[in-house]
Design a protein around this ligand. Structure first.
Ligand SMILES: Nc1ncnc2c1ncn2[C@@H]1O[C@H](COP(=O)(O)OP(=O)(O)OP(=O)(O)O)[C@@H](O)[C@H]1O
Length: 330
C-alpha cells in the first residue's frame, strides 16, 4: 500500500512541466536494453498484477508443457523474439484459437490479418499476458509469458483492442501513470511524455481529460502509453483504427525507426494495403489457425496480399446465394 501511495505522489509532481528533463526523443525509439537500471523495483508488484479472465485459469502444466529454459535461450540466440506454440483458447463451444504457432524474429514489422472472429485479438491477448490460454506456450524475449507474466510484461508494450483507459486522467497524467507503473523514474517519464506528446501531435491535449478526447486521440495516447517504457516488443491490436492519415503516417514513421533500432512490432490490421506497404512479415489467421505466414513477398506470391487473403479466407464466395438482393422490391 505504501508503494502505491509513493507512486501516486510522484505522478502528481509529474503533471507540472519539469524544465530539468533532458531525455532525448531518440532514446524513446530504441528498445531499452538497460531499462532495468532505471526502474523502481518496488513498483513492479503494483504494476503487473496477473490478469485473469472470466474463462478462469488453465493449468500451468498445460500452458507451459512445450517450454523449457534451454529452448528459450536457443530461441533468443537465433533472433526469435516471440515464439508461440500450440496456443489454444476455447470460449464455450467456440474454439477461438486452435493450436496456433507463430515465430517472430527480432526487428520484424509483423502484421497479423484475418477475417472478423478469426482469433486475432484472442491470440494477441494471450501473447501479452492479458488472457490465459487453455494450452500452448508463449515466449517473449526468452521469457515464458505464462510462467513469469510480470517479467514478460516488462519487455512488452501493448495496445489492446478494447481499450480500457483511465479516462478521468489528463493525457499527461495517463502517460505519467503508464511510465511509473512500468517502473520508470519521474524524470525519465517527464522527458518521454514531452517527446510522445510532440510526435503524436497531442501537445495541446496533454492537459485535457482523456474522456474528452476523440476516438483517434484516445488511440494515439494509448499507443504512446504502450511505448513509454521502450519495450522490446510492441503488440498493437488494430492501432490505426480511427487514426487520421497524417497521424497514422507519423506513427508508422516512429514504428519504422523503432524497428530499425532492433524493436519488434506485431500488429493486427484489416488493411491489406497497409500490411503490404509497411510490414515485412505477415500471418494470415483463419478460424484460429495460421494458414500462411512468412515474409510478405512469399505469402502474397505473384498476387496482391488482398487477393491471397481472399483466396485463403474465402471472401470470393460472399455474394453466392444473395441473388434476392438484386430482385429489388419496388
Ligand atoms: N470473451 C469472449 N467470450 C466468448 N467468445 C469470445 C470472447 N472473446 C472472443 N470470443 C469469440 O472468439 C472468436 C475470436 O474472436 P476475436 O475477437 O479473437 O477475433 P478477431 O480476429 O480479433 O476479430 P475482429 O477482426 O472482428 O476483431 C469469435 O468467435 C468471438 O466471438
Amino acid at each position: 500500500m505504501r508503494r502505491a501511495v509513493a507512486a501516486r505522489s510522484e505522478r502528481d509532481q509529474a503533471v507540472e512541466p519539469d524544465e530539468s528533463s533532458t531525455t532525448a526523443s531518440s532514446a524513446l525509439l530504441e528498445p531499452d536494453a538497460d531499462a532495468d537500471t532505471e526502474r523502481v523495483p518496488e513498483a513492479k508488484r503494483i504494476v503487473e498484477p496477473e490478469s485473469e479472465t472470466a474463462a478462469g485459469p488453465a493449468s500451468d502444466d498445460a500452458i507451459s508443457a512445450a517450454n523449457d529454459g534451454e529452448e528459450d535461450a536457443d530461441a533468443v540466440e537465433h533472433g526469435t523474439v516471440l515464439s508461440v506454440r500450440g496456443l489454444t483458447k476455447t470460449f464455450g463451444d467456440t474454439r477461438a484459437v486452435d493450436a496456433l504457432d507463430l515465430e517472430v524474429r527480432a526487428g520484424s514489422f509483423y502484421g497479423i490479418v484475418g477475417p472478423n472472429g478469426a482469433g486475432k485479438t484472442t491470440t494477441l491477448s494471450m501473447i501479452t499476458g492479458l488472457l490465459r490460454p487453455d494450452a500452448g506456450s508463449v515466449t517473449v524475449n526468452g521469457i515464458d509469458v505464462w510462467a513469469d507474466p510480470a517479467a514478460a510484461k516488462r519487455t512488452i508494450g501493448v495496445l489492446p483492442d478494447r481499450l480500457r483507459v483511465f479516462d478521468r486522467l489528463t493525457g499527461a497524467q495517463l502517460l505519467y501513470y503508464a511510465g511509473t507503473l512500468r517502473g520508470l523514474s519521474g524524470d525519465v517519464v517527464r522527458g518521454r511524455v514531452e517527446d510522445l506528446a510532440r510526435v503524436f501531435g497531442l501537445e495541446d491535449a496533454m492537459g485535457r481529460l482523456v474522456s474528452d478526447y476523440s476516438a483517434g486521440m484516445v488511440k494515439k495516447v494509448s499507443l504512446a502509453a504502450a511505448m513509454i517504457h521502450s519495450p522490446r516488443v510492441l503488440v498493437l491490436d488494430e492501432p490505426f483504427e480511427s487514426v487520421d492519415p497524417v497521424s497514422a503516417a507519423k506513427v508508422v514513421e516512429i514504428l519504422r525507426v523503432y524497428v530499425g533500432n532492433g524493436g519488434t512490432v506485431v500488429l493486427s490490421s484489416h488493411s491489406m494495403d497497409f500490411i503490404q506497404r509497411v510490414c515485412d512479415h505477415v500471418a494470415i489467421i483463419v478460424e484460429g489457425q495460421v494458414l500462411a505466414a512468412g515474409p510478405v513477398a512469399d505469402v502474397r506470391g505473384p498476387v496482391s496480399l488482398e487477393e491471397r487473403f481472399l483466396e485463403l479466407a474465402g471472401g470470393r464466395r460472399a455474394a453466392e446465394g444473395m441473388e434476392w438482393l438484386h430482385s429489388f422490391s419496388g
